[in-house]
Design a protein around this ligand. Structure first.
Ligand SMILES: [Zn+2]
Length: 74
């Protein structure tokens, strides 16, 4: 485990899991976290994040743009 991990990393909250690596026999979900390679927001309610894992698997995930506002209240 690396020592420095900043929770304020702007992409950390958009991390997703590589579905290909996650089914590997020696992998736990935490081993296959991938940060978005590209984030696309066209001003609407949905943010599209594009992921590219080291294994070659690529996928996209759509997030509500509400997630972009950490201080949106409870
Ligand atoms: Zn992978």
């Amino acid at each position: 485990m690396t020592s420095t991990q900043t929770e304020t990393d702007e992409c950390t909250w958009l991390c997703d899991y590589c579905a290909t690596c996650a089914v590997g026999p020696d992998c736990s979900r935490l081993d296959v976290i991938v940060e978005p390679d590209e984030i696309e927001w066209r001003g609407g309610a949905v943010v599209t994040a594009r992921y590219r894992c080291g294994c070659g698997h690529e996928w996209t995930c759509r997030w509500s743009s509400e997630l972009l506002h950490p201080q949106r209240g409870i």
